[in-house]
Design a protein around this ligand. Structure first.
Ligand SMILES: C[S@@+](CC[C@H](N)C(=O)[O-])C[C@H]1O[C@@H](n2cnc3c(N)ncnc32)[C@H](O)[C@@H]1O
Length: 400
């Protein structure tokens, strides 16, 4: 359902609440951790909106700024170097008004596509975090993301709202078929929906958004009746993440629902080159999952433990997946590297602690070898930690 743009900010809708919950639950631990790299943090909200909804609820800019202030207030570091930029094509004046309590921020009136390169120029060696929450798919040219990955930043992370069903619908138009599933588009109110037609121009635009033409065989399979529209969306999202993985080692694909029991309506994609960023995202989604479920279910009681994809979580299934994944490592590998790849392959289906528990059992059963540095405590007893960093390293290798 397409809507007039101004309506978006009248009241904060459930899908905005879910998105913002995801941003805030990750951003807080991210800022605390990243400050300890002693390198500047550059935060850019590329499609910032008005800053605040007319019903008084905070938008993504106020949510991020509050977290930055909290982290600054609670850190023991003497000096924190954080720059925050908010770009919006239509609402820079509202941003200036709604963010006036934060005079140090940079507000840019214009298109993200026209401004982002200048904002990131000279930011080599900084930690860069980009929040990318456009209305539709048009401004999501993948070549931008590919270029950011080549920048010489100390680290770069992207959190992208991908309207994957919007992409499928327009890809269908471009290849002469239709996907207008009423159930999908009923509560995913679309603002500025992109409309494509069966032309070479549309196909070129879709190639630019997707970062290749891999979506075309997916749509053809749908057109020929080999797969349904939901499979097409999930295959597209999988390939999209694979494309991003050419530039970012760890890409998490997170299907989001607006209401409990529904199929996913859109995807949030987190891309980073840091395994610990990926693991932090996994744990924070899992920690906050109850709150996210609460929002998505409107407070209904949950009968079963469900994962981010609202599928009942079967412990056996996770155990099988852990064995399948870790049995590929016949040579020593860092535990955190292997863990991050587990979640890239399967999505945030459980916490890192759940997987570590299974690995400890596999260690006891002598199916997995675990090597720790340091290997012994001060009192001479063997160490048992399963977390890397702060002078601790853990490697694992599959035995049988
Ligand atoms: C989904 S809203 C963002 C909502 C915001 N993240 C929040 O939580 O409040 C998308 C915003 O992108 C802006 N916009 C549209 N095209 C843009 C572009 N090319 N560059 C930057 N902003 C754009 C719109 O004016 C709109 O405010």
């Amino acid at each position: 359902m397409a809507k007039k743009n101004d309506d978006f900010f009248v009241e904060k809708k459930p899908w905005s609440v879910v998105k913002d919950e995801l941003l805030s639950c990750y951003f807080k631990p991210y800022v605390s951790k990243i400050l300890h790299t002693y390198k500047p943090l550059v935060y850019v909200d590329c499609f910032a909106g008005k800053g605040m909804f007319e019903d008084g609820n905070p938008g993504s800019p106020l949510i991020a700024l509050e977290i930055i202030e909290q982290c600054r207030a609670s850190t023991t570091m003497e000096h924190t170097n954080i720059a925050a930029t908010f770009i919006d094509l239509n609402y820079a004046d509202d941003l200036r008004k709604n963010l006036k309590a934060y005079p140090w921020v940079n507000i840019v009136s214009g298109k993200y596509e026209d401004n982002i390169a200048a904002i990131l120029r000279g930011k080599e060696r900084c930690n860069v975090f980009l929040y990318i929450d456009p209305y539709g798919i048009k401004a999501l040219q993948c070549s931008f993301f590919d270029n950011f990955a080549r920048g010489r930043f100390n680290s770069i992370e992207l959190l992208i709202n991908l309207n994957s069903f919007g992409f499928i619908r327009e890809a269908c138009h471009a290849l002469g078929t239709t996907f207008d599933d009423k159930a999908i588009f009923a509560d995913l109110v679309e603002y500025e929906p992109t409309t494509m037609d069966a032309s070479d121009k549309s196909i070129r635009e879709l190639n630019e958004i997707a970062g290749g033409d891999y979506w075309q065989p997916v749509i053809r399979a749908y057109k020929n009746g080999e797969i349904n529209g939901y499979d097409a969306e999930s295959k597209f999202a999988e390939q999209y993440c694979k494309h991003l993985m050419q530039g970012y080692t760890y890409v998490l694909n997170m299907p989001m629902r607006i209401k409990k029991g529904q199929r996913p309506k859109y995807r949030m994609v987190h891309a980073t080159n840091h395994r610990d960023g990926c693991l932090l995202m996994v744990d924070n989604i899992c920690n906050r999952w109850e709150a996210l479920q609460e929002i998505q279910s409107g407070g209904q009681l949950m009968l079963w433990a469900e994962n981010f994809d609202n599928q009942a979580v079967a412990d056996d299934d996770i155990g099988d997946k852990v064995i399948e994944h870790f049995s590929q490592y016949s040579d020593w590998i860092s535990l955190h590297d292997a863990l991050a790849m587990f979640f890239v392959n399967h999505g945030p289906i459980c916490s890192t602690g759940d997987v570590k528990k299974i690995l400890k059992n596999l260690d006891c059963e002598k199916r997995l070898a675990v090597q720790r540095t340091p290997g012994v405590k001060k009192n001479g007893t063997p160490t048992t930690f399963m977390t890397e960093g702060k002078g601790q390293a853990v490697s694992v290798r599959w035995m049988k």
